[in-house]
Write a protein that binds this ligand. Sequence first.
Ligand code: 9YT
Length: 135
Amino acid sequence: MIVRRLEDIVGSEREVSGPTWVSRRLVLKDDRMGVSFHDTILHAGTVTEMEYKHHLETVYCIEGTGELESLVTGERWAIAPGTVYALNEHDRHRLHAHTQLRMICAFDPPLTGKEVHGPDGAYPADPELTAGAST
Ligand code: 9YT
């Protein structure tokens, strides 16, 4: 069994930041759980554009208010504690943080730990999963 506390992750190499967010990566690929599991803060007043071309992500809001915008359909949804969204079609999207947002995120396949967004808003594919693939 694996048991960790957020306070053990904060300040460790499992805490990774981007320009608009900081992610505390509680469970990663090397834990062999099939997903990675993160407690992510998006800073108040920021907008983050993302497109996880190589991952499926499920996101559950536990703190703050904001708005989710699909860049595929133009739809917008209010985000508040208790709202979950699942990017089941690798949807390109923007997350507007009206206040600080705290989001619990699960990634399939799991992140290895160091990923930050590329210029296309994606995290790179895990090279171990793409080795030998033709594209
Ligand atoms: C909600 C959100 O920002 N998801 C992106 C994942 C997060 N930046 C992370 O854990 O790397």
